[in-house]
Design a protein around this ligand. Structure first.
Ligand code: MG
Ligand code: MG
Length: 249
């Protein structure tokens, strides 16, 4: 069942979204060679708690940290650790904050020092595919399939592939609500979008093949072919004024 939010509830989600976005931006500013993924996680937890919120991911399904931090061929759900970031790495940071009964959810891919041209292009295409997707979401009569179709088309035109095993989702009282928001699909299919829906749109894009595997730690998802992967996510709300990005700061 899709939970439709009132304008008042969307205002509350803006608060959760802002804290989420701030924590992500602060961690992003720390990214450089020599920093550990645990240090980034500590910063995120500190900011979220300072704001009176709690990290949505901490303890979620037993997840042991506040943020998911995934490096290079790791796609999502990487566990922060003593791993030291190195020049040329790309690092995906995925953050959630819960306050006032609502969650925010946002992710971005950051570069560690200088990265290859191809890695930079992967990051740029992933971010742009998100904006192509939400442009469709803002159109009258749009359906969930329109978002995925726009994301997939743009990504594949650029020679990359979208991950299909993991998808975006509704977000609100719960971190993961209906509907699923795939990064692939057929235009004109799926649930119709309507005012009051709040969803996380989150393209996960690989340089190589779309297949992924879960590592032995039961969390970290990696590309099967070892190719680089990028991730970009915001929580958005569909309002009478169009698409509102709740996690942008
Ligand atoms: Mg996320
Ligand atoms: Mg998400």
């Amino acid at each position: 069942m899709i939970n439709i939010k009132t304008p008042e509830q969307i205002k509350k989600m803006q608060i959760a979204g802002r804290i989420t976005g701030e924590a992500l931006a602060l961690a992003g500013e720390m990214v450089r060679p020599g920093v550990t993924t645990k240090q980034l996680d500590d910063k995120i937890r500190h900011h979220i708690e300072k704001c009176g919120a709690r990290p949505s991911f901490l303890g979620y399904g037993g997840f042991p940290a506040s943020a998911c931090i995934s490096v290079n061929d790791e796609v999502i759900h990487g566990i922060p650790s003593g791993r030291v970031l190195e020049e040329g790495d790309i690092v995906k940071i995925d953050v959630g904050a819960y306050i006032g009964g609502f969650h925010g959810d946002s992710a971005n891919t950051f570069t560690v020092g200088r990265v290859s041209e191809e890695a930079q292009r992967l990051i740029d295409v992933t971010r742009e595919s998100f904006y192509r997707g939400i442009a469709e979401a803002g159109k009258d009569g749009a359906r969930i399939g329109d978002i995925g179709h726009a994301v997939q088309t743009y990504v594949e035109e650029n020679g990359f592939s979208v991950v299909k095993k993991y998808v975006g989702h509704g977000v609100g009282h719960d971190l993961h609500e209906d509907p699923n928001v795939p990064n692939f699909g057929t235009a004109g299919r799926g649930p119709r979008l309507c005012r009051g829906m709040t969803i996380a749109v989150e393209p996960m894009v690989n340089i190589g093949a779309p297949e992924v595997l879960e590592k032995k730690d039961k969390w970290t998802v990696v590309t099967r072919d070892g190719s680089l992967s990028a991730h970009y996510e915001h929580t958005i709300a569909l309002t009478e004024n169009g698409v509102l990005i709740l996690t942008k700061v």
